[in-house]
Each structure stands twice: as C-alpha cells, then as structure tokens.
Design a binder for this molecule. Structure first.
Ligand code: SF4
Ligand code: SF4
Length: 295
C-alpha cells in the first residue's frame, strides 16, 4: 500500500504557505521545487492550507482480500525432543474460546523428529486435527526447514489465525513465517479477542507498558500472534482420545537446511519463561533444569 503527500508541480507557485503551516518541518523548497521528507505524518494540515489545490494525500487502491477463504485457528506446538511445552496447551485453550464465535475449528501443527508418541498427547484435547511433520531434518530447530513445513501446512489449511508461543523459538519462527505470507504479526499478546469479520484483536502492552494496544491485521491472512507464557488458561484435557492425527510430508528439497548445527549449548530463557525455570538448548527448544540434570 502506498500512501503519501503528493505535490502537483503544475499548480504549485512556491508561495511557501504550506511550509509555514507544517509543524513537523516536513516541507522544504529545494532547487525551486517543493519536497516532502520523512517527518510528514500525513496530518493533512498543509493540504487544507494550499489555496492552489497543489497538495493531496494519495492512497493506492486496496484490493480487499476474501476473508471467507481463511478459516480456523492453527496452534504451533512448541516442544523439545517431543516434550510439549505447556504454552501449547494455553494456546489451545484460548483458540477454543476464540473459535466458538465463528464456529471455527482448531488445529495443531507439530514439527519434529521422533514425535509420533508425543503427538498422541494432543489427541486428548478438543483439537480437530493435529498435523504432524516428522522427519530427521527436524531434529534440531533449524528455522529454514521448520518454516518450510509451517508454510506448507498454512497453504494447505488456510487458517484465519495462527497462534504461537511467545518463547524464543516461537518468536523466531513466527516472524519468519509471517514474512513469507506478507502478513501481520503481533508479538507478546496478553489477550486476544475476535470480531465477527474474523479480525483478531491482538492486545498487548505498549509505550513502556503504559497502555494496552489493540492491534488488527485488517487486510491480510493469516493473522499471526505470539502469546506470552502463563497469561492464558490451559485447555481442559479430555479422558477420551480423539482420532485427529494427520501425518504430513514435505518435498525432499524442502527438507534440506542451509543451517549447520555445530554444537548444542544451554542458556536460560529470559523474561516470563524464566519463572518456569526453563532452559533452552540452542536450536532445539526448551528443557527444564530438571531435564538437564538427567542428561
Ligand atoms: S501552499 Fe500550495 S502553492 Fe504554496 S508552496 Fe505549498 S503547495 Fe505550493
Ligand atoms: S501532511 Fe502534515 S506533516 Fe505532512 S507535510 Fe503536510 S502539514 Fe506537514
């Protein structure tokens, strides 16, 4: 989308009145030509000031997307060596509540190596389908191949919303995948709501946590959000086991990573995860201190 202040040089007589009216010091005359710099906030004051109709704010035509083609909520399953991070159950819990308004289905995406057994754990939740991408290429969290699987799943499923844990791994993959779809991503949401037109209201603290911002992705799909750990209620685990596992595969060439794992190291997660005493294995996900003591 292009939006900007346009000057009609055929009409401009360089009277300078717009320069005086602009409190942002955004208009200059260079080489007998009016120019507008990055200070412009598009407030429109100069447009109204110009008596010669030489200024206008231009917007490109926006092609409205067909939101009805994008349905459902996809939750990314974070794990370490198949052990599912508890934030996943919080995301499922929130997704199930959001899904009710639009009768959406909730799906999970589980990418990893030797995760067949642990994927069955997700059959105890009210998730319509669990898409499992299992391959040795996913043994370590190598972002390029993980993103290939993520992209493949989204293209097949076309979910309206994608929820990802606000962990280091989650934030990393969320931004990469959102970029592939040229869509919006709101990081570190603390609350989520949904509108009837399927726009996700992504709520998070802003301006040094002084205000709660409500952020919308109004004309792109899917809508990506990472969610802080321990701010949402976990989904209820069911006694029954649902038949919801779908094994997926990727083209061989999409399993080839350009990232070489040269060593594994541990370091502490920062921010909210530190409350959970969680450590990260670089390139893999998370491990608790208890887990590491057993390694
Ligand atoms: S006020 Fe209008 S005519 Fe005067 S310098 Fe600005 S654009 Fe040009
Ligand atoms: S639109 Fe507002 S900020 Fe931009 S040049 Fe005009 S007066 Fe200045």
């Amino acid at each position: 989308l292009f939006i900007g202040l346009q000057v009609d040089y055929n009409k401009c007589i360089l009277c300078g009145e717009c320069i005086a009216s602009c409190t942002f010091n955004a208009i200059k005359i260079n080489n007998n030509k009016l120019t507008v710099n990055d200070n412009c906030t598009l407030c429109g004051i100069c447009v109204n000031t110009c008596k010669y109709d030489a200024l206008s704010i231009q917007k490109d035509e926006i092609n409205e997307i067909d939101k009805s083609k994008w349905k459902g909520i996809l939750v990314y399953v974070e794990h370490n060596n198949g052990k599912i991070h508890p934030i996943t159950y919080e995301l499922i819990g929130k997704a199930l509540k959001l899904a009710k308004l639009l009768s959406y289905k909730v799906y999970c995406l589980f990418i990893g190596f030797q995760i067949t057994e642990s994927s069955k754990e997700l059959s105890h939740y009210m998730v319509d389908k669990v898409f499992v991408y299992e391959d040795e290429a996913f043994k370590y969290f190598r972002e390029d191949v993980y993103c290939n699987a993520f992209e493949n799943c989204i293209k097949e499923l076309m979910p309206a919303i994608v929820l990802i844990g606000g962990t280091e791994v989650g934030k990393s993959i969320a931004s990469s995948v959102a970029t592939r779809f040229h869509s919006g991503l709101t990081a570190d949401c603390t609350e989520l709501m949904i509108k009837e037109n399927s726009d996700l209201v992504q709520i998070r603290p802003a301006f040094s946590e002084n205000v709660m911002a409500q952020i919308l992705t109004t004309n792109h799909r899917p809508q990506f959000a990472t969610v802080r750990y321990k701010v949402m209620d976990e989904a209820k685990k069911l006694e029954v086991v649902r038949d919801n596992i779908i094994n997926c595969s990727l083209d061989e060439k999409l399993l080839v990573s350009n990232i070489e794992v040269i060593k594994e190291e541990t370091r502490e997660y920062k921010e909210s995860i530190s409350e959970a005493n969680v450590l990260v294995v670089a390139g893999q996900g998370f491990k608790t201190k208890e887990d590491l003591s057993k390694c």
